[in-house]
Write a protein that binds this ligand. Structure first.
Ligand code: NDP
Length: 324
């Protein structure tokens, strides 16, 4: 029998965790023939709630779910883990300074990175969902010197999926008719959803929409979609965030010709080496590759540079705080 893959979810008792765990256990993360064990990491005060979720997981009687572990110790949670979904983070509270936010998250993602370094399986893959995701991923990566840096990624797949859905609605086409969507930069309001390489019916999407729609409607709608959902639902997007996390890891493991993911920059497209920034990527042989050779027009250049500048500022801030 196949050895189960160990998947660790942090912040497992939270909203995204609740939307995520059942899909992992049902086989949607890795495949319908891949058995899994789940490790649920929580802060001590949320362990009981995680136990409740685990009871529900038991009650689903998922044939692929071979075990559930619940802990507040990262050294246990990441022991032998193959896939780590880092969802738990310190949210920005009203009146919180950026330095305080980064410091609080440094206290979470530094020790988790070290625990991954010391205890995870050799094929560990890490996806950071908890915000500020790119910089949290950088902090974790910097605390894991023995793990190849490319194994640390952050999620921009929800932004990517939101962009697909907005464009499909605008052009009256199916999402499946859209190819080569790209999100560049930081998972934040500065992210840049790029339609200049996106193809619909074999033609460039940017040429099928007004420039004013692209600039004044599309880009801000994608970037501010999270706030629009909070406004409508009275709660933040959890199911779609969980769905995007599933998509990201599924494609990383099983391959894709084109999607968006925040990965460690090798200097491509002028993004400073080492920053964890979103790129157009393919996945081949279980590894992300940045899609090369795209021409970047002036409109896109300006926006990519602005988002990358923000990532550099976040990196410099966590450096100054001694978090990396
Ligand atoms: P959620 O499950 O809704 O969100 C978790 C994180 O995901 C937040 O940082 C959130 O950022 C981020 N996120 C990224 N993309 C999205 C998106 N599109 N929509 C919404 N959120 C997004 O938060 P909860 O408060 O329900 O749960 C968090 C859990 O994490 C709690 O149970 C807490 O105890 C736990 N936790 C665990 C830690 C650990 O395991 N060591 C450490 C810290 C917390 P944003 O806030 O910007 O929306």
């Amino acid at each position: 029998a196949q050895t189960p893959v160990k998947v660790t979810v942090t912040g497992a008792a939270g909203q995204i965790g609740y939307a995520l765990l059942f899909r992992i256990a049902s086989g949607q993360l890795l495949g319908a023939d891949v058995p899994v064990t789940l490790s649920l990491l929580e802060v001590p005060q949320a362990v009981k709630a995680a136990e409740g979720t685990a009871m529900e997981l038991d009650d689903c009687a998922f044939p692929l779910l071979r075990g559930i572990e619940i802990t507040d110790d990262p050294n246990v949670a990441f022991n032998g883990t193959n896939v780590a979904l880092l969802v738990g983070a310190m949210p920005r509270k009203a009146g919180m300074e950026r330095g305080d936010l980064l410091e609080a998250n440094g206290g979470i993602f530094g020790p988790q990175g070290k625990a991954i370094n010391d205890h995870a399986a050799d094929d560990i893959r890490v996806l950071v969902v908890g915000n500020p995701a790119n910089t949290n991923a950088l902090i974790a990566q910097q605390h894991a010197p023995d793990v190849p840096a490319e194994r640390f990624t952050a999620m921009t797949r929800l932004d990517h999926n939101r962009a697909l859905s907005q464009l499909a609605a605008k052009l009256g086409v199916a999402v499946a008719d859209i190819k080569k969507m790209t999100i560049w930069g930081n998972h934040s309001a500065t992210q840049y959803p790029d339609l200049f390489h996106t193809e619909v019916g074999g033609k460039i999407a940017a040429e099928q929409v007004d420039e004013s729609w692209l600039r004044d409607t599309f880009i801000p709608t994608v970037a501010k979609r999270g706030a629009a959902i909070i406004d409508a639902r009275g709660a933040s997007s959890a199911a779609s965030a969980a769905n995007a996390a599933i998509d990201h890891v599924h494609d990383w493991v099983n391959g894709t010709e084109w999607t968006s993911a925040a990965i460690v920059s090798d200097g491509s497209y002028g993004v400073p080496e080492g920053l964890i920034s979103s790129f157009p990527v393919a996945s081949r042989g279980g590894r992300w590759e940045i899609i090369q050779g795209l021409e970047i027009d002036a409109f896109s250049r300006e926006r990519i540079d602005a988002s990358v500048r923000e990532l550099e500022e976040e990196r410099d801030a966590v450096r100054k705080l001694g978090l990396i």
